[in-house]
Design a protein around this ligand. Sequence first.
Ligand code: MLT
Length: 411
Amino acid sequence: MIRINAHYLKLQASYLFSTIANRVTEYQNAHPDQEIIRMGIGDCTRALPAACVDAFHRAVDEMAADATFRGYGPEQGYPFLREAVAKNDFQARGADIAADEIFISDGAKCDTGNFQEILAADLTIAVPDPVYPVYVDTNVMAGRTGPFTDGRYENIVYLESTPENNFIPELPDVPVDLIYLCFPNNPTGAAITRDALARWVDYARQNKALILYDAAYEAFITDDAIPRSIYEIEGAREVAVEFRSFSKTAGFTGTRCAFTVVPKSCMAWDENGGAHKLHSLWNRRHTTKFNGVSYPVQRAAAAIYSDEGKAQVKAIIDFYLANAHVIRQEMESLGFTCAGGRHSPYVWIDARMDSWTLFDRLLSETGVVCTPGAGFGACGQRFIRLSAFNTHENTKKAMARINAAAGRITG
Ligand code: MLT
């Protein structure tokens, strides 16, 4: 008899962003004349940088001629992209990362979700709360958690990120093996200082733990004192894997390209205490289950490291950060306490009520879609997230609508 992976039955009924999309579709069907402004999922709205488009076109032309056509590429990514990443994203900032420690993939969502597969099933995991749901759900699927009771899964250590700690969680007070960190944070937008990040690296080294560091939003950091990579911290090569993405950096949400950094000195142990390189295990998994990102997409991604690509990416990031500034300023002027929006495209807003209630009120009173914080965990229960991925016009329009309906929304 075919049987299911029963751990799937512990999952919440649907993935957060699918639930939101369904609720918005239901509302739109019932109110076809209402113009919806989507500030929920962090999906880019600006076109790809021109340098990427040019490189994309040229690569498609190469695929159109027998002499330059390419079939399967290296599963880990083409050297031209791995080298550009290592040089520009890491070595240029003093982080000792080599090209062959970079694994090109089709998304940080997939990689952050898949990485746990090469680790033992009985690890204790620690996740931030609020948290990008992928880290939790994939560990539920793998059977590392107990059931979901009172808004939390059993056997997970939740690292609470609250206004009291400026959304930077404290070190766990119980031993943990696998730690998920995300900075600039999704959903709170909080950025971590070098000293605070160094405390996590030290913790991992002292406890033989592993940090899975999601830096998908590093392009939004505007202060050079803030680390863009965990490898800017001494000792991180031994205890951290980092995930990056071209999605939010260069509008690749639909084009799909990302990468994971697995340093060759990063080890994990077997039950007899034998040390193993995570690089070798991830390489083994990657070559078995993944056949590489398409050649034109990798060429397009590599173009962000050209001079014109860098300037175009910066202009796009500045564009979204300007929206984030407007959102934060307007929401604060209405009396809401906000975090994020400074080194992040997300503004995390104290809803002062249940987050789904504010979600419903915003949708019905203004047609603006937010992400209810409850979907990110218990600590998000009374927060909402607004995304700056939009046009300036829509951002201003959304804020004007919220302003006009403020009494009905907060009342
Ligand atoms: C988000 O809105 O949190 C992200 O867009 C989701 C993702 O990157 O998968």
